[in-house]
Design a protein. Structure first.
Length: 77
């Protein structure tokens, strides 16, 4: 069984072009407890030479039969 959850990921970033830094937020469906999409997004940011990942935080919401996921683009395999 796949345990899918709605995940909110917030990242604090710094770039050489801005002395104030940036905050970015993403909401997507991920799989608990391994969170492969969170890990992939963090790795992509860390690979960039022009961006420093200062901090991040994520929270989750369990998906059940009453959860509205209509605003997500779901691909079924």
């Amino acid at each position: 069984m796949v345990d899918a959850v709605i995940t909110d990921l917030e990242m604090q970033l710094e770039t050489p072009h801005s002395s104030y830094g940036h905050f970015v937020a993403f909401t997507f469906i991920d799989i608990t407890p391994t969170f492969p999409r969170v890990k992939d997004m963090l790795e992509q940011v860390q690979k960039r030479a022009d961006v420093n990942l200062i901090d991040y935080n994520y929270s989750t919401k369990i998906i059940d039969e009453n959860t509205d996921i209509s605003y997500f683009e779901v691909t079924r395999h």
